[in-house]
Write a protein that binds this ligand. Sequence first.
Ligand code: TXA
Ligand code: MG
Length: 351
Amino acid sequence: MGAEHKYDTKIVSYFCEENLTEMFAEAARLLNNGELVAFPTETVYGLGANAYDADACAKIYQAKGRPSDNPLIVHIADEAQADELAEVSDLARRLMAEFWPGPLTLVLPAKPVLPSVATGGLNTVGLRMPAHPAALDLLRAAKVPVAAPSANLSGRPSPTAAYHVYEDMQGKIPLIIDGGEAAAGLESTVLDLASPVPAILRPGVITSADLAEFIPGLAEETRLPEGGIARAPGMKYRHYAPKAKVILCPPAAIYDTYVAAWQRFVDEGNLQPKIAVLASMQGMRGLAQAEHCFLLGDDLEQVAQNLFAALRWTDEINADLVLAEVFPEHGLGLAVMNRLKKAAGAANDKL
Ligand code: TXA
Ligand code: MG
């Protein structure tokens, strides 16, 4: 039995467990003993370790199969912890007051208290106070900041439900806290406040328009210059990719693309191709006959919430091809397209 299958992974439910105090006490004991605990947040599920414990943080990379130069977001339950870990500017404090707890990660100059395995060796740290009550209860019980990337295997879509975590982490970690479906469905907005010009390194549910009152003129997203150094190292890795090839289609072109792709498969001898369509109501028009459709929803909030589950579903059904709808690239649509382009491999070609 390899190191990967060391644990009899237990799932406990935030909604059903009778003694929540004892449940969080057990989770806190595990974290303080250097073990990993997966927990729900309002964005996606996190794979948590005590951020002060270098060996525990190293286990995260091992469990995910992720390169260790990628810094981890550090989750905290109160602002006093932010002052322990980073230099907090007035702007950062105002943003915390407005958006925390919530899906905004602030990259700040780090105080030299965290092991380099947590910060990816950078002199900055990404801090976030998650809004899910189970995440906050866990952080309060643990009494330490918790470093946590999304709880998926590297390269797989981020988990938005406890069973997604189980699929990827079974046998590798002792405990998963089930807190239901993630409300936002996309990872937090990462805002760099450690550089002279604030920049959104990863678009999310909190948009540049939401931040404009605090940071006038903030660009919607920071695109990396050709050959430039990644300001968010995570941006350079391929993410969210399902096994099948993903083609992005404007809604009006999905039907024709579907028919053409079907014909191509048939010509090549695959008479029953599984072409998965991921689209909104609008994009599904004309596809009543198509067998493998995943309705992402009526509006962008629903699309964001369902996107990662839809990408995982394409793996489950062993899709031969995925056609995904293109959404307008601003506001929440920008965050959705950022993930979809990564799934399609398109954004990575540029990075
Ligand atoms: O919503 C989220 O943020 C989820 C949940 C679990 O909280 N966490 C998450 O973590 O998405 P992760 O590790 O999958 O993504 C971390 C992202 C990466 O793109 C990383 O490069 C960037 O944040 N990041 C973290 N610390 C940074 C730093 N000091 N400087 C620049 N980028 C940083
Ligand atoms: Mg991730």
